[in-house]
Design a protein around this ligand. Structure first.
Ligand SMILES: [Zn+2]
Length: 420
């Protein structure tokens, strides 16, 4: 594949490309290439390389001039590459490399614009050109095992991954298991977290963690598993080991609450009426004005005030479900009957309208006319993986499971088509 690049002179594209290797940039796992791989012939044939970092006050001109490039050539190529690379915008702290032929002629200038972005200036068939390439991360999976003492973040930080890594991974996990686990409430001492995580490298240097590839959590005597899978053209998603989506059609709760004052029950003493009355919902206590979110995508079926319920929003969802949000202080502006609403969209704000002793949201879910406990029901899941994707999914899953099982650190991952 790189053979093509070994032939010079190289025809540089008119506009900056993000991936000159010809690899499909939209592929979920770009094949790792070294930045030196392009233009390989120029860099490999260089007899002398000057490298350094732009310091405050350095300019493109004086750096190249000190390296031995004549001033006239510097002006000429700065002008030629300007449409794609404005040398005035070079920033201090960025690395550069200057390559010369055995005859001491400039052949390639390389500027590290950011962690992943490199600008290459070289002479093409039609003169000096600049292109920007994005260097794909080299990925190596890593096994991480953490034991919970307090928080998830604390448990991860107690491993050798560092604070930044711990914060990032805790955040990732909270997102992956958002439909199943409330990490602030469900964690117990001695719960276990086992992960296989992407480590990102650029030119052999670890630059941070990427996606969680596989997670196995033992929390409060239950085991939760997630496997990452990326479908072409789709966002990264997580599935159970048998390909069921981890994303439920419903959010676990519609509001960022401080406590639950009343759970679902068929018979409880009503705090105001003082009579035994069923409570077919969950009361989430939260400050007045806290946004209330639709727990699933659906159609707004009712917006209005109904006696004891106060300000009430009702949403009809696909399948057999209807959700209700009661005692709202007010409705969100754009909420109208008949409109569709997205999962997570704000529909109103916590209040105490109707029959309520304090600010709280009464959230209720009914399935085919029967009220169900939103915290206990097995909520309908997102779409499972299609059959034709299962072999690929299983292949990836098993590779990561074996890393997990062996507890092996830094095992190179073989990606399809990477040629590694
Ligand atoms: Zn209630």
């Amino acid at each position: 594949m790189l053979a093509l690049l070994l032939v010079g002179p190289i025809a540089l594209p008119k506009h900056s490309a993000t991936n000159p290797s010809g690899i499909n940039a939209t592929a979920p796992h770009p094949v790792p290439i070294l930045p030196e791989a392009w233009p390989l012939s120029l860099a490999a044939g260089a007899a002398r390389v000057v490298e350094g970092t732009f310091r405050l006050g350095d300019t493109f001109g004086n750096v190249l001039n000190q390296a031995g490039v004549p001033g006239r050539l510097i002006d000429q190529l700065a002008h030629a590459v300007k449409p794609d690379f404005n040398v005035q915008r070079i920033r201090s702290g960025r690395a550069y490399k200057i390559y010369f032929t055995p005859d001491n002629e400039l052949v390639l200038f390389r500027y590290q614009r950011s962690e992943q972005q490199t600008v290459l200036v070289a002479k093409g068939a039609s003169g000096w050109r600049a292109i920007e390439i994005t260097i794909p991360y080299k990925i190596r999976p890593r096994f991480i095992q953490a034991k919970v003492l307090g928080s998830l973040e604390g448990a991860l930080e107690a491993t050798s991954i560092g604070r930044t890594g711990a914060i990032r991974l805790a955040h990732e996990l909270a997102g992956i298991f958002a439909w199943d686990i409330d990490f602030s409430a469900d964690l117990r001492v001695n719960d276990n977290v086992n992960l296989v995580v992407e480590q990102r490298f650029l030119e052999g240097r670890f630059v941070g963690f990427g996606d969680v590839l596989l997670a196995e959590l033992n929390i409060a005597d239950r085991v939760y598993r997630a496997v990452r899978y990326q479908r072409l053209g789709a966002a990264t998603a997580y599935f159970t080991p048998v390909g069921q989506s981890l994303q439920r059609a419903f959010l676990r709760s519609p509001v960022d609450f401080t406590s639950i004052s009343s759970g679902f029950s068929h018979r409880r003493m009503h705090p105001i009426l003082n009579i035994a009355k069923p409570h077919y919902g969950i009361d989430y206590v939260a400050p007045a004005g806290t946004p209330v979110h639709a727990t699933a995508t659906g159609t707004i079926a009712y917006v209005g005030r109904t006696g004891q319920a106060g300000n009430h929003v009702k949403i009809r969802h696909g399948g057999s479900y209807t959700s209700h949000y009661l005692h709202l202080s007010r409705f969100a502006d754009e909420i109208k009957v008949g409109d569709s609403i997205e999962q997570g969209q704000v529909l109103g704000y916590v209040g105490r309208t109707g029959l309520a002793t304090n600010n709280h949201l009464h959230y209720q879910l009914d399935q085919s006319g029967t009220f169900v406990d939103p915290l206990r029901i097995n909520l309908p899941a997102g779409a499972p993986l299609a059959d034709e994707l299962m072999p690929d999914f299983i292949r990836q899953r098993d590779a990561w499971i074996s890393i997990l099982r062996e507890g092996q650190v830094d095992r190179p991952l073989v990606l399809a088509g990477s040629g590694e």
